[in-house]
Write a new protein. Structure first.
Length: 505
């Protein structure tokens, strides 16, 4: 059976308005109207105009006796003028428990990564959650990410398969700690995608790539779904800790919920104007995670961060291979550091870097964040990130240490710390670096900007600079590749540190 649909404007409780289509109904389990015994299919077609709401709900009345629900969809892709976004339509589903913001009804989201999915008690397509298919009103959710000027024509096919429900497997989540090396520097990549959202690598392939990159820990952060949290059984070990999280992918930017409790779903169906995000940030914190705005100046549609940084614990300043939008993000982040000089700890947001790797040839661990943690455990790693005891580099080959000393009596401070000396005390900033290509330069950056640059000694070595707290409120280090010929931009980053603050508060 196929029909066109009728639209009505509704709303997600507490968030943006949506369009709700006329519901789809099925016959009962006797197979009436089915294509084959025990199966029924309905098709729905329609068209969305440019400027459509962010989400479109298709209610599906699911009768008793259903073993599996399967959904597929297609949509048109008319040609558009250069620079004009064409059609892109995302999809997901909520079960009979409803579509309320942050509610229990979430059963999966694949965005635009796949054109069909199926859910039963015993299994589900990656991106979706296995579990009983209970009777009631389910909702297929369409997300018109971009709509061409001509509009977007779609067709959704819903199939119910009848039969006895299977048994839902109990998810096996990764442990919260690994053996580690005690208090040490640990390397991690905390923004990764697999086949459980829009990536092409399996969890096993990601774990292998992480080990090859010399990482101590990773975080699984699929777009708008928790379905990967239970997909890592047998892949962790004494040498690799796997944390769970989510990349909350909204229409006003993306945020990594880093290290949240396994299985905790975090909603994405709102914009900055809806004033929902502070509530979601509190939910992330209650789940034990960190709020990390991702690629704030990325060039993709809806990727720019619009929610502000009041709720953030850190910010992803370097995302994947170094590009001009990372340069802009680092400059913006650096402009906030002087707030800490006033003793305003809310102004001090540590920087971190992650690969955001989805598929080959994207490199897991390019970049990676290196943190000084008490052990290789979720609490210790997240505490180190939040404190800013970390630096970022392009690969596991890079080794770095950075410190400031001065003021007599052996005063010393490391990355993310404060050197409490008098304003006129002489301070030495000392960077030791190795594992970067020849031709790189090291710079010391302060609240006035870059004040000292020197070539990195061949094979690695030490670069020093002397200053005072009166002259430099903080100092941080950057190591860069040579700039391209004729480029007005500095060279790509090879490594960078969080700041050391100078002087008494």
């Amino acid at each position: 059976m196929q029909r066109r649909n009728v639209l009505k404007l509704t709303a997600i409780a507490g968030a943006a308005s949506v369009l709700t289509l006329e519901g789809v109904t099925f016959a009962h389990a006797d197979g009436t109207g089915s294509r084959s015994p025990g199966e029924e299919t309905r098709k729905v077609t329609g068209r969305l105009a440019a400027g459509a709401p962010d989400f479109v709900h298709l209610p599906v009345e699911v009768p008793g006796g259903v073993r599996e629900i399967a959904v597929s969809y297609t949509y048109d892709r008319p040609s558009v003028p250069p620079g004009t976004p064409g059609n892109a339509l995302d999809i997901g589903i909520f079960d009979e428990r409803g579509t309320e913001l942050g509610g229990a009804g979430f059963r999966g989201w694949s965005g635009g990564a796949r054109k069909e999915f199926a859910i039963s008690a015993e299994k589900a397509t990656p991106g979706y959650l296995a579990g009983p298919v209970r009777p009631g009103t389910w909702h297929v959710v369409l997300g018109p990410y971009t709509v061409a000027p001509q509009g977007l024509a779609y067709e959704v096919t819903v199939t119910l398969r009848y039969g006895k429900q299977g048994v839902t497997p109990h998810p096996v989540y990764p442990p919260q700690r690994a053996r580690g090396r005690g208090r040490a520097w640990y390397r991690g990549d905390n923004h990764l995608h697999s086949i459980y959202s829009d990536g092409l690598r399996t969890p096993a392939e990601i774990a292998a790539a992480a080990r090859a990159a010399g990482l101590d820990w990773i975080t699984t952060t699929e777009h708008n779904t928790t379905s990967s949290h239970g997909a890592w059984e047998g892949l962790w070990g004494d040498d690799l800790l796997i944390l769970t999280g989510e990349e909350i992918t909204t229409r006003n930017g993306h945020v990594v919920a880093l290290g949240t409790d396994p299985g905790v779903f975090l909603d994405w169906r709102y914009r900055a104007r809806d004033r929902v995000f502070p509530r979601v940030a509190r939910q992330i914190h209650r789940a034990g995670g960190l709020v990390v705005p991702a690629h704030p100046h990325a060039t993709c549609v809806a990727c720019n961060w619009k929610f502000g940084f009041a709720e953030a614990d850190a910010v992803e300043v370097w995302n994947g291979p170094y590009t001009p939008d990372d340069e802009v993000t680092i400059a913006e982040w650096d402009n906030t550091l002087v707030a800490t000089v006033r003793g305003d700890r809310r102004g001090w947001l540590p920087a971190m870097g992650n690969s955001d790797a989805h598929r080959e040839p994207q490199v897991v661990g390019l970049p990676q964040t290196v943190v000084l943690a008490d052990d290789l455990s979720r609490p210790a790693l997240l505490a180190a990130i939040r404190a800013g005891r970390s630096w970022i580099c392009e690969s596991g080959h890079v080794q770095l240490s950075f410190e400031a000393t001065g003021g007599g009596r052996g005063a010393h401070a490391g990355i993310g710390e404060r050197l409490p000396v008098d304003r006129d005390a002489e301070v030495t900033a000392r960077l030791r670096i190795s594992g970067v290509p020849s031709g790189c330069t090291a710079s010391f950056v302060t609240d006035q900007g870059t004040l000292f640059t020197a070539p990195v000694p061949s094979g690695g070595g030490t670069v020093e600079w002397r200053t005072t707290p009166a002259y430099a409120a903080y100092v941080r280090a950057e190591v860069r590749h040579p700039a391209g010929s004729g480029s007005e931009l500095p060279g790509a980053m090879a490594a960078m540190t969080n700041p050391i603050f100078l002087g008494r508060e």
